[in-house]
Design a protein around this ligand. Sequence first.
Ligand code: NDP
Ligand code: OXD
Length: 311
Amino acid sequence: MRLIINSGGAQAIDDWRANFQAFAPGLEVAGWHDDVDPASVDYALVWEPDPGRLATFPNLKLIISAGAGVDHILADPQWPRHVPIARMVTARTQTEMAEFVLTSALMLTRDIKRAVDNQARRHWEFFDSVRVAADLRVGIMGLGHLGVASAQLLSRVGFQVSGWSRGASRLEGLPSYAGQDQFGAFLAAADILVCLLPATDSTRGILNAATLSRLPRGACLINAGRGSHMVARDVVAALNSGQLSQAVLDVFDEEPLPPESPLWSHPGIIVTPHCAAIPDRRERARHTAFLIAANERGDALPNVYDARRGY
Ligand code: NDP
Ligand code: OXD
């Protein structure tokens, strides 16, 4: 059985092999640019596969996304539609994302960026009042594996959490909203808006001027979904007008974020380098080995991309 990997580049392949040795010792692990017979490839573990390449493997049984999102695979116009795509969602992914959202929310609550910026210029500014988690309402867009885990952690810390999803909610014990009809009510009750949506046609540009204008004045934004969710100029305009007070941005249309981007230096923005939830290779090898074994047994796989929903 052969797995081909496009994640981390050629320099990562020895590390991948060592990790797969622990979890699937019989598996042949090939690098994306290794000279292998395409017909011998059974499984592919990929991040941003070069367009057309997946379609060259005639016996491919399963595509495994190296991340939770699948947009980087769907961007290939020739991806083989008959082959299922499994998303990389592990308990570790959920913990990492939930802790990233919590860290961001607490930084916003306590205005930590202002203190860090003041430090850079040796300026002592006393903050004469501070907010605590319980003072703030957090609205989470996307109540999937990552949204629910984040909601639960933030709620345990004391934030007033609600969520918004496409269909009926999975947020036990917390208020939730669904669909376009309830989007306005959801936004009106979010002092901190968190985006954990998948990238689809219907979520593209959802963080735009109209959406941001429905938040309470001075609200904050955390975007850890995708750069395509955000209309960057609208976010900057909302920050400049005071409609938004701060934003933590982890994902961008163009990554790495180009040095000339105004987002780097905006005083209201904290930029993080798409690092919210990136399980290490050991964890991803463990989950991939589990998926391959389950698929070989004919078991139903968790978190398979659903073309009807688009995520
Ligand atoms: P899931 O597929 O489990 O959940 C997606 C959620 O979004 C669901 O609640 C779904 O609603 C909701 N949703 C989808 N479309 C719409 C819509 N049009 N309107 C309202 N709600 C919608 O995804 P995950 O939680 O596993 O992952 C979410 C995303 O997080 C990934 O797709 C990826 O883009 C991003 N991500 C970012 C990382 C980072 O490091 N920054 C790391 C990992 C993931 P419903 O419940 O009704 O189906
Ligand atoms: C993912 C990501 O989709 O890292 O997992 O963004």
